[in-house]
Design a protein around this ligand. Structure first.
Ligand SMILES: [Zn+2]
Length: 596
């Protein structure tokens, strides 16, 4: 037995002494040109060549973004400073000939001028590094640990990131050094470099650092109090916070783009004036959303989502759980944390329900397919998307609400969806330390519910059936009244400013039957010149069955199109609490607040 252990130790030691080391440095000497300069120092090279690769996507944002398009001037040198042969062998791979060389230095520059949570940015005011769009990895060596030296521009004084400091001290005077355990870790810790506003708070036993870039109407003391409340309410779902520290990077911009989750940090891109009124609750909801992801998707996750393949799409059918349930919680937690009344929460869920049931795509695309096709459809919408797609965020949120209702009813107010999330966390993530398959998810759900959940998933996840909302929500004392009525409807949307131009046509609506097309400019109605406002008024005055003519310009050709006003019944449901229901105590449990 001892001999065997010694052998294993020797194998580990010999393996580690021969495996390569990779250290990075990052410079930004001229921020106004938006170029980050990256150096990779690779030692203990023993192969004839090495391939370095740039990721094609950022985990959490399911689209191929081709980050290699921003990479220039890839140069490799040996220990003596001699240039090595560098050849491109695929869109994101550079091959470096290293025969007989032990140490290689690779330099390249990356153009960074897209400020969003999923891409990188550099100008005179700050730098933001989303690692998968800046750092390359050595093919076959993604598990290698290393260090990152950041040389901030002389005008930048602060670096905010969840990357830890290495155990040994700083090696270079004007650099800050960080350590990473593998490539996933390096790129899962976004980095803000500049003169951002930084504050800290402790919540759920975890030290939180908040780094805010950009002018905004925020109040640091209020944020400390509210973000702590949101973090603690969110942590109470699973009941255990696996992090020791956590970093929020917030970009205050003119047009906020939402957030991106990481294992122990999040980047939020928000409108700079969103820190008051209803917008502030939306901001706190975004905080809850990205924070909940530290469990749901970063730890509780489909097997395809980590460790990641940075070279291509990582397909999963389970984003309706990852994003849908997270969306369900980001609003429910606003109720639990007392930012919404029961009525306000119900109103929010009601809007989602009516959006989902009112969309043509809801009957076309199951959410399992929406998840799988996020890469080509969800993230790449076109003018026909509303006819053919359904977002896994919204329908997934509804499925989360329905499952919560079923669980609360089944266990008579002693369990909720929280308990199922905890089961996923402990049974699948903690026990197995990996993601789960689709089959494991279904089995875990069925075991938890003590009934076969296959048919439920088959109808609402893998098919597009309309759930019996009344039956499901009645279980927890919520009435669902159908209030949809037929109304005159033509079925096109158009820009209201300038010449009205058609943006979308609804499948099977009269606009489609008449032959009106997306991009048509509508210049006349029943023989009169028209603009956006008057077209809207003219259409609103028509009854079902009325005939009219549209004069349109299509590719510079003028044509008159005879049309008829159609009819539609847009589904409309109304959720309300039934206080006289025998299940009303279950509704109170569902919409409970937690004590502060
Ligand atoms: Zn999300």
């Amino acid at each position: 037995m001892l001999k065997k252990i010694l052998l294993i130790v020797c194998v580990i030691l010999s393996f580690s002494s021969y495996s390569i080391t990779i250290d990075y440095s990052l410079r930004m000497p001229k921020p106004q040109n938006h170029y980050f300069e990256v150096e990779m120092k690779i030692t203990k090279v023993s192969s004839k060549f090495i391939d370095i690769k740039m990721p094609v996507w950022t985990p959490g944002s399911y689209m191929i973004r081709e980050f290699s398009k921003n990479v220039n001037l890839v140069v490799a040198k040996d220990e003596l400073g001699n240039n090595l042969n560098v050849n491109k062998i695929s869109k994101n791979t550079w091959r470096i000939q290293t025969k007989g060389i032990k140490e290689v230095k690779i330099n390249y520059e990356v153009y960074a001028f897209e400020l969003s949570a999923r891409s990188s940015f550099l100008d005179q005011s700050h730098g933001f590094v989303s690692g998968s769009s800046i750092f390359m990895y050595v093919d076959g060596e993604k598990e290698t640990n290393g260090k990152l030296d950041i040389y901030p521009h002389e005008d930048f004084n602060v670096i905010s990131t969840s990357l830890p400091k290495p155990r040994d001290s700083i090696r270079f005077e004007n650099a800050k050094t960080f350590a990473f355990t593998n490539f996933d870790h390096l790129v899962d810790c976004p980095i803000e470099i500049g003169n951002q506003d930084v504050f800290e708070f402790t919540a759920a036993g975890v030290k939180h650092t908040v780094a805010i870039y950009g002018v905004g109407n925020y109040d640091v003391e209020k944020l400390k109090k509210d973000m702590k409340n949101v973090v603690e309410t969110t942590t109470s779902v699973i009941g255990q916070n696996p992090n020791k520290f956590y970093t929020f990077i917030i970009h205050n911009v003119t047009d906020g783009q939402g957030g991106l989750e990481h294992v122990n940090s999040a980047t939020l891109s928000v409108d700079r004036w969103s820190y008051q009124g209803k917008q502030y609750i939306d901001f706190l909801s975004l905080v809850a959303h990205e924070y909940f992801h530290l469990w749901n998707v970063k730890r509780i996750r489909p097997i395809e989502l980590g460790p990641f393949n940075y070279d291509q799409e990582n397909y999963t059918t389970l984003l309706w759980v990852m994003e849908g349930f997270t969306s369900y919680y980001d609003e429910l937690l606003m109720r639990r944390a007392r930012y919404l009344t029961e009525q306000e929460y119900l109103q929010k869920l009601n809007s989602v329900l009516n959006y989902v049931e009112g969309s043509e795509g809801s009957r076309v695309q199951p959410v399992a397919h929406a998840s799988f096709d996020a890469w080509i459809k969800g993230y790449r919408p076109n003018e026909n998307s509303s006819n053919t797609t359904m977002t896994y965020y919204s329908r997934g949120q509804l499925i989360g609400a329905m499952l919560d209702a079923k669980i609360i009813a089944k266990f008579e107010g002693n369990k909720s969806l929280d308990d199922f999330m905890r089961t996923l966390y402990y049974k699948l993530y903690k026990n197995k330390d990996r993601g789960f398959t689709e089959q494991e998810f279904e089995q875990t759900l069925s075991d938890f519910m003590r009934e076969d959940m296959h048919d439920f998933l088959a109808m609402y996840v893998y098919d597009t059936k309309v759930p019996n909302y009344a039956e499901i929500f009645n279980l927890i004392g919520v009435n669902v009244e159908y209030t949809g009525v037929k109304k005159a409807y033509f079925g096109m949307s158009y820009s209201k400013e300038g010449i009205p131009t058609v943006k979308t046509i609804r499948t099977n609506a009269e606009a489609e039957n008449a032959g009106v097309s997306v991009h048509d400019e509508i210049i006349g109605f029943n023989g009169f010149r028209i603009d956006g406002a008057s077209l809207e008024a003219s259409l609103a005055a028509l009854k079902t069955g009325d005939s009219f003519n549209l004069l349109v310009a299509r590719d510079q050709i003028i044509m008159e199109i005879p049309c008829k006003m159609g009819e539609i019944e847009i589904p409309n449901f109304k959720l309300s609490i039934n206080n006289s229901s025998t299940n009303s105590q279950l509704c109170s449990y569902w919409l409970r607040t937690i004590s502060k």
